[in-house]
Each structure stands twice: as structure tokens, then as C-alpha cells.
Design a protein. Sequence first.
Length: 246
Amino acid sequence: MTTTRKVAVITGAAQGFGQSISIGLAKRGVDIVAVDLAASDETIRAVEDAGTRGVGLIADVSDPDTTGRLEALLRKDFGRCDILVNNAGIYPNVPITQVDYALWQRVQRINLDSQFLMVKAVLPLMMDRKWGRIVNITSNSVALVVPGLSHYIASKAGVIGFTRGLATDVAEYGITVNAVGPTASLTTGGKAHIKPEHIEELARTQVIKRPGTAEDIVGTVLFLAGDDSAFVTGQTIMADGGLVRL
Ligand SMILES: NC(=O)c1ccc[n+]([C@@H]2O[C@H](COP(=O)([O-])OP(=O)(O)OC[C@H]3O[C@@H](n4cnc5c(N)ncnc54)[C@H](O)[C@@H]3O)[C@@H](O)[C@H]2O)c1
């Protein structure tokens, strides 16, 4: 069975940016597979309210077994995959003197290795249809002075490198790959884990002088996930209030 609507996989879809992106895509008529460690019930309800189908997959995106589980779900429930938004990530602020190798590896696995693992799940389905959109979430911190984030910045700079390399390898299959970099934002995780004074300080430095919200990267992701961006690939767009210019 192959469904008629486009199908998007969104990782980290239970809350924050991932939830807002899922709802934004659903409003454009796209079915959603919400992958998260946590249940994505709230996201699925909002997707269905928007009029498309939502399916949750509770899974760790950094676990290599998730690749096969996700591909099997896509083949069985939809028969296709058109869009992947690699959004799941963690951003623990820890001074380098206290970052041990276990934390370093955990951050690389969840923020970077997971993007490779999810790409492996969707690539065969996108190649079948000769159309695909992959959007990887990075961070404007790769170009900023932010203490306590060297492990995180390394992972997010890796995302930009992966985006560039992958864009080259999959272009012949009609697949584009781009990255979007938010600023420190008032998402669910941002409110819980980023010091409010850091978010305020960045907001003052941005040219658009207000903190980012969970909605502020949705439009950029929708553009890169749609037909209108067909000639854009390998790029990183900072959707960050004009702070970092590439
Ligand atoms: N919020 C910010 O200030 C900010 C700024 C720049 C970049 N980002 C990036 O945006 C992305 C989303 O951030 P957010 O603020 O919405 O985060 P969030 O904490 O609000 O949501 C992240 C979601 O990812 C899920 N997740 C975490 N690890 C996972 C794993 N191993 N497997 C599956 N799911 C997992 C969590 O359960 C959660 O639902 C991240 O990649 C983050 O690095 C965020």
C-alpha cells in the first residue's frame, strides 16, 4: 500500500521545535511519523486536528536498531517517505573540565550519529520515488562564543558537514539536503535547560530583538521540505533573528 499524501518523518517530535514542525507540515497536507523517546500523543492529536495522519514511533534515534524499525514502519503503514527532519537533539551545558568521554559520546550519538541512522532508514524509500527532502537541525552556536558547549558545538558543526557531503551523494536521486540553525529559543527544552539570561542576551544581540520560539524555524523548514526549494541543496540557513550571517 502506498498512500497518496506525502509522508514526513520528524525526530524529537513530542515537544519543542519537532512538535511545531510536525504541525506545520500537517497543515500543508503531509502525513507525519513522529519519532521520539517519549510518546508523541499531543503532537499526533494536533496533526490529526490539522487533517492528516499521524503515527508515533517511540524510539531512541541514536540506537542503530531504530533504522530498521523506522524503515519497516514506513513500508508497512505508508509505502513511501518524502521528507525527513532530523531534529532530535540534546544541549547539556557543561564546562569542558567536567565533560567526560561518556557525555561527549552521548552528545555526538544523539545529535550527529542519529542523523546518519535516520537517513539510512528513509533513503531507500526516497530513492524509489526519485524525490526527497532532508532537513537537518543544527544551531547558530557553531558560529558564536558560548561557554560550556564545546561537545554540542562539535556535534552541530558535524551536522553542517554531513549536510554538505550528503547533498552531493543524493542529488542524482532528486533528493535535497539542507540544514537549519535556530538561535537559543523558548522551546520546551530551551525553557528547561537554557539560562533565561543567555536567551535574553542573544535576543539583544540579534537584529530582530526578541527571543526565538518553537515556531520561529517552521517556515524555513517548510520551504526546504517543499517543491519551491528544488534548486537549493547543501546549504545551512540560520533562522536566528539575523544574528549569524554565513
Ligand atoms: N531550543 C534551542 O534554544 C535550540 C537552539 C539551537 C538548536 N536547537 C536544536 O533544535 C533541536 C530541538 O530542540 P528543542 O529545543 O525543540 O528541544 P526539546 O528538548 O524541547 O525537544 C527535543 C525532543 O527530542 C527528544 N529526544 C531527545 N533525545 C532523543 C533520542 N535519543 N531519541 C529520540 N528522541 C529524542 C526529546 O524527548 C524531546 O521530545 C535540537 O537538535 C537542538 O539542538 C535548539
